[in-house]
Every structure is written in structure tokens, then in C-alpha cells.
Design a protein around this ligand. Structure first.
Ligand SMILES: Nc1ncnc2c1ncn2[C@@H]1O[C@H](COP(=O)(O)OP(=O)(O)OP(=O)(O)O)[C@@H](O)[C@H]1O
Length: 683
């Protein structure tokens, strides 16, 4: 019997003509079922989208269905038909019995696939991209989760939920200037949103997908989206590492490197990439069946097991992080996709950047860092080895990165295009955001950094138990009076090494304890460079925010910035005033302390003036100004500026002057000798 082409088949458009079986997948907005098309007696997959839960992204859904029903390519998943059933949209499509590559990896290949498997999969995906690009489409969500395999090893690229048409005009054209896709796979130009982007964005995602298939997970996959953004923008592009990825060929490494070039113009087109010699390693569909599908449980069964595993992990994570922000761990497990949350979500996400994901990401970082050392593969992309890239990457990968915030701050100041600024252009920013943000003329709004800092500090303060010992150790080296003020700076905000002895004793020429205190305060200086000036109440504008927010895919608890959170208060002595985040109760001890010191200084000054009036001219023989200053400061510290009251006292004081003068002479002589010796060595 002649097989009917799917496009010629008439699939019924009524729910009662289908029998839903088990669940075989779920995504951001949909659940996918294996189903039977009763009239045709054919197994199909039905994607059920709850329109009430789609965040009003009906346009995206319409686009997906439209694209799916128009495409006709063996490597693209088509839609047979679609219809509404209650408040749900049903999309009927071919059933891909192997499921997605991501599912296969999760259930049987957690360390990734072998190279010939990857070459075979990617070659088919590339063919799909060649077709899409030639027809003016950008897929925008290429990733292992969207590469589906059939029982016979056939490969189809799925999920056109965020695809865009290059020939669109008006609103649809504008959608290409929006921020869609999945952060880990997203090209830097899509994140930056400076000049728009084109189909080369898919080539970047393909490169990331190659790494995903090689390692079992995408680079940075365990970081929250905000951090993924910053790392993608500021780090060297990820790649295969010579050390870690010894099992992969040079041509594979090269192919990945050609895709992951930050400048889209330097990336190959899909057509050109398809000719890369790496794809010579690609095999047949049969090969895929034997190498990865054979022995796998049914898709439904695998999906059920994965769900159970996810649920267990969720319970474990909940127990681990119960005391921390209630971040939806499930979003991480699923893999974050199609993020449609706004800037507030990002800020909240950034606030949650903590070191709980260090272990896994040490690996990612390691890959990225080590990769920079190599030279042959990177010959393909000189930007990888540019000094800036190396510097920023090393900086990002440094130990300070452990604190997330430092990383964030560093990137905000060092990255030429401020990611947050870029992000602002890409998100729906609520009215409250617009009102609150006043530009500081540096292309970056202070309120963003400010809130990130506050929230981050709060999130990190929750590690107080962990940081406490460090804090008390550091505090003990400070003058006693400084300790309460020092604690106010929320030590966890600052990298350990900012408390270097150099900085702590930075003002050692001056003997007042409050100077050390100032020096400590200045450590937070860079954090406030871009702070906006707000009200003088010391209470943040958004102090009342304290709610569990459900936005897009993320459920976050916004940081409690109410006045009771005074431990996060920040003092800014360098500009002479408290930061807008300082609350009265927190700053009071500092003010009292300063007042106390000022009184002591004032009394001392009065005594000094009196003494100078009495003794003017008596020190005339000490001609050198420097020596005078030295002596006076010594005398000051020894309480000798009080006029001598007996002959013996005068005699002793005179001897002391002579001795000090002699010490000064010897010190100068020693210095001269040192300089001379040094010159001899150099010459
Ligand atoms: N035709 C199909 N046959 C078999 N499994 C499928 C099919 N379509 C989708 N799936 C499975 O369901 C999962 C979710 O589907 P899909 O990606 O379309 O949903 P989504 O809501 O758009 O998800 P996301 O945006 O996270 O990619 C896929 O990752 C895949 O494992």
C-alpha cells in the first residue's frame, strides 16, 4: 500500500478522535502525551498547552503552530493539525519514540554521547537549520531537549515556540529584537540586543548543543539565568578542552570553536558548517538505533522515572536550602527555557547567586579557563585569546567568583556593554522600575546595582553561620571601637582578600582609630560607584517589598528590604554621607563614635595651639620641615607637646630631640645607601 504523505493525511480536529496515553514530556508551557489517533489508527504525540497558563504568549503559540504546519523537511518536526479543547490547545504531531536527546542523556548517558553519535545528531540538526535559514527562519531554541529521535533513529528538530521569521515586518520583526531562547544556549548578541541578531544565533546555540551532547549538560547549566548572561558576555566562549576532552577529535574541537565565536559575523553559515570535516564522522540512523536506542526503556517509562528522580532531588534541595530563598529548584532541573520574566526576576535571580552551585560549576569554569590555554583550536578565533578576554575570564574564574556578587560587580564595571543596560532594553520593565531608575550618566542605573547589592548581601547574609568565623577573625584585627561599624558593612559582601593588611593599615600615618575605620569603609567604595542618590530617609524606596513573587517560570521571594533588615546597611564615608540604604538605628553607633572622636581631637588641637603659642621659635634650629613634622607627630603620640615644667624635664626633652634628630639622620643615610646599592646592582 502506498504510504500517504503526512501532509496529505487528514487528521481529525476534535479531542474525541484521540485517545491520550501516558505523558512523555513536559516543557515550560506544555505537556506532551503519547496518543492514538482513532480514525487513522496511528500513534501520535499530542502537545497540550494550557492557554490560561501561557502568560498571554498566544502570539508565540500561534507562531509555533503556524511554523510547524508549514514546514516540510525530514529533519523538522511538523504539526499534523491543531485545535482547542476547553481552555487547552492540542497540537497533534508525529510521535518520536526515542524522545529528546536530553531525555536519553539523562536516563542513560549522563556523561554525554560518543563523538560519532554527536556528529550524526548534529549533522541532521544542521540540515534542518539550513532549510530553516534558507526559508528565512531563525529557530532560536536549538538544544538537546529539542532534538527528537524516532524509533528508527530519524532525527527531528522540534519546538518552534520562539522561532522567528527573518522576513517578518512590523511587530513580528520587532520580536527579533527581543530576548528569547534559553539562557545557556543563547548567543551573546541575543543577550546584548544592540544590533539585533540573525540566523547566526542558531549557530552559537548549535555549538552549545554540541558541548551539551559531549558532556551531558550545557556549559553554565547550573547557574541562575542572570549569572549565565554575565558569564556568556564576559567570559571566553566555552569550548572543548584538551585536557578534559581528550576523547574527542581535533576536528570536533575545531567545529565547536567555529560556532562559539562571539562575533556572529565570524561564525559560519549553517550551509558552510555542514561541510565541516567533523561531519564526515556522521553515521546512519541505524547506527543511532544500535548505539543509543537499543536497550532503552519505553519513552513513557523513562519519563516517569525522570520525574520521580526530579521530585526526589527537589525534596533534597528543599531540605538543603530551606532556610534560603525559596527558589524553584525544579526550573533548574528541567533546564530553563523561554524565559519570559522581566528585569525584577533577573534581579531576584541575581540575588540568589550563591555558592551552592560551585561544585558543578568549578567544572564549567575549569573548562572555560583551561580552554584559554590552548592555542591550536583557538587559532580559529582570535577573540578567544585577546588579552581582554583572558583578563576578564581569569577574573571571573578567580576565587572571588565564589561570591557571585563580586563577579557581578566586576562584570558591570569591566564589560564594555553593560549587561544590565542591555537587558533593560529587552525586558518589559514595569512602571515601578522605570520610575525608580535614574540614569547616572554611566549608561547604567544605580538602582539596579544597588538592589542587586542589597539583595545579594541579604542572600549571602543567610550564610552568616558560614561567614561568622571569618568575620570575627577579621574584626579582631581592628581597633575595638571599629568592630560594631565594621559589622555593619556586611562582611559577606566583600571578597576575603579586600581585607588585606595593606588596606587595613592604609592610613597608618594617622593614629586615630577612626581613620582605620574609614579605611575599612572604603572597601565598599567600588560597590557604590554607581549608586543613585535617592531620598534622605535612609530607607530604600522599595522598602516595603517583601513578597513571594511568581513570575514567568520562576518563583522567587523578593528580598525583605524593610527597615528591620538593618544589618545590610552600608556606610559611605568617602562621600561624606550615608548611603540611601542606611537606616537610622544602624548608623547611630557610627555617629556617636565620630562625635566622641571629634571631641577628643578638638581638645588635643586646643592644647597644641596653646603649646605652639608658648614655644614658637624655640624649635628654630630644627630646620627641616620634614623633621619638624616627624618630631611633632612623635611628640604628639608620646604626649610631649605639653610644656616642660622643670629643668630636668627640659634637659631630658632636649636629649630626646637630639636623639630623634640623630635617628632621622641615620634613617636618611640608610635610605641613601640603599638607593646607591640598588643603582650599583642595576648598572
Ligand atoms: N513529538 C514528540 N514525540 C515524543 N516526545 C516529544 C514530542 N514532542 C515533545 N516531546 C517531549 O516533550 C518535551 C517537551 O516538549 P516541547 O519542547 O515541545 O515543550 P515546550 O513547552 O516547548 O518545552 P521547552 O520550551 O522547555 O523546550 C520534549 O523535550 C520532548 O522530550
Amino acid at each position: 500500500m502506498k504510504e500517504v504523505h503526512p501532509l496529505e493525511k487528514r487528521y481529525p480536529v476534535s479531542a474525541q478522535d484521540y485517545k491520550l496515553y501516558e505523558e512523555v514530556g513536559d516543557g515550560v508551557s506544555a505537556t506532551v502525551f503519547r496518543a492514538l489517533c482513532i480514525p487513522l489508527n496511528e500513534i501520535v504525540a499530542i502537545k497540550v498547552l494550557d492557554l490560561e497558563k501561557c502568560n498571554n504568549d498566544l502570539d508565540g503559540i500561534r507562531r509555533e503552530v503556524q511554523t510547524m504546519s508549514l514546514i516540510d523537511h525530514p529533519n523538522l518536526l511538523p504539526a499534523h493539525c491543531s485545535f482547542t479543547a476547553g481552555h487547552c490547545l492540542w497540537v497533534v504531531m508525529p510521535y518520536m519514540a526515542g524522545g529528546s536527546c536530553l531525555h536519553i542523556m539523562k536516563s542513560a548517558y549522563p556523561e554525554g554521547f560518543e563523538e560519532p553519535v554527536i556528529a550524526t545528531l548534529l549533522r541532521e540538526v544542521l540540515k534542518a537549520l539550513v532549510y530553516l535559514h534558507a526559508h528565512g527562519h531563525i529557530h532560536r531554541d536549538v538544544k538537546a531537549g529539542n532534538i527528537l529521535i524516532d524509533y528508527n533513529g530519524a532525527i527531528k528538530l522540534a519546538d518552534f515556540g520562539v522561532s522567528a521569521c527573518m522576513f517578518d515586518s512590523g511587530d513580528r520583526q520587532r520580536s527579533r529584537n527581543t530576548f528569547v531562547g534559553t539562557p545557556c544556549w543563547m548567543a551573546p548578541e541575543v543577550m546584548q540586543q544592540l544590533h539585533g541578531y540573525d540566523f547566526k544565533a542558531d549557530i552559537w546555540s548549535l555549538g552549545i548543543t554540541a558541548l551539551e551532547l559531549a558532556h551531558g549538560h550545557a556549559p553554565f547549566s547550573k547557574y541562575p539565568p542572570m549569572k549565565v548572561l554575565l558569564m556568556t558576555l564576559q567570559n571566553a566562549p566555552p569550548g572543548l578542552d584538551y585536557e578534559r576532552d581528550k576523547r574527542f577529535s581535533k576536528s570536533f574541537k575545531e567545529m565547536v570553536a567555529t560556532c562559539l565565536v562571539k562575533d556572529p559575523k565570524k561564525r559560519p553559515t549553517s550551509e558552510k558548517l555542514l561541510k565541516h570535516h567533523f561531519f564526515k564522522h556522521a553515521r546512519s540512523y541505524d547506527y543511532l538505533v544500535h548505539s543509543i536506542l537499543d536497550g532503552l526503556a519505553s519513552l513513557g517509562e523513562r519519563f516517569r522515572l525522570l520525574k520521580t528522580k526530579e521530585a526526589d532531588l527537589l525534596v533534597q534541595n528543599k531540605a538543603l536550602y530551606e532556610d534560603k530563598e525559596q527558589l524553584s529548584q525544579q526550573e533548574y532541573i528541567k533546564g530553563i527555557s523561554a524565559w519570559n520574566f522581566n528585569l525584577e526576576d533577573l534581579k531576584s535571580q541575581a540575588a540568589l547567586i550563591q555558592d551552592y552551585d560551585d561544585v558543578s560549576n568549578a567544572e564549567d569554569q575549569g573548562g572555560s579557563r583551561k580552554q584559554m590555554d590552548r592555542s591550536d583550536v583557538d587559532g580559529l578565533s582570535e577573540e578567544r585569546m585577546s588579552p581582554e578576554t583572558v583578563t576578564t575570564s581569569i577574573a571571573a574564574a578567580s576565587q572571588e567568583d565564589r561570591l557571585g556578587l563580586h563577579d557581578l560587580e566586576g562584570s558591570l564595571t569591566s564589560f564594555p556593554i553593560r549587561p544590565l543596560q542591555a537587558l533593560k532594553g529587552c525586558f518589559d520593565i514595569g512602571e515601578d522600575d522605570k520610575g525608580a531608575n535614574s540614569s547616572n550618566g554611566k549608561g547604567f542605573t544605580g538602582s539596579e546595582s544597588e538592589q542587586l547589592i542589597i539583595k545579594s548581601s541579604r542572600a549571602m547574609d543567610q550564610n552568616a553561620g558560614k561567614n561568622e568565623s571569618e568575620d570575627s577573625r577579621q574584626s579582631s584585627s581592628l581597633p575595638r571601637q571599629s568592630i560594631p561599624e565594621y559589622k555593619m558593612f556586611s562582611g559577606s559582601l566583600m571578597p576575603d582578600n579586600t581585607f588585606s593588611s595593606r588596606k587595613v593599615t592604609g592610613d597608618e600615618n594617622r593614629n586615630f582609630p577612626q581613620l582605620k575605620f574609614q579605611s575599612d569603609c572604603n572597601y565598599s567604595g567600588p560597590l557604590y560607584r554607581q549608586k543613585r542618590e535617592t531620598n534622605n530617609t535612609g530607607i530604600p524606596d522599595n522598602a516595603s517589598e517583601s513578597a513571594v513573587v511568581q513570575r514567568g517560570r520562576f518563583k522567587v521571594t523578593s528580598a525583605d528590604l524593610s527597615s528591620k533588615g538593618a544589618t545590610n546597611c552600608i556606610f559611605r564615608p568617602s562621600t561624606g554621607g550615608p548611603s540611601p540604604n542606611v537606616t537610622a538605628s544602624a548608623i547611630l553607633p557610627s555617629l556617636q563614635y565620630i562625635l566622641q572622636l571629634s571631641t577628643v581631637q578638638r581638645e588635643e588641637l586646643i592644647r597644641l595651639i596653646k603649646y605652639l603659642e608658648q614655644t614658637s621659635g624655640k624649635l628654630g634650629d630644627l630646620t627641616e620641615v620634614g623633621t619638624n613634622e616627624l618630631l611633632q607627630s612623635e611628640q604628639h603620640s608620646m604626649g610631649l607637646l605639653i610644656p616642660p615644667s622643670s629643668a630636668r624635664e627640659r634637659e631630658l626633652q632636649s636629649q630626646l630631640f637630639q636623639l630623634q634628630q640623630r635617628i632621622g639622620d641615620l634613617a636618611r643615610e640608610l635610605q641613601n645607601q640603599k638607593v646607591k646599592n640598588l643603582q650599583d646592582i642595576v648598572l
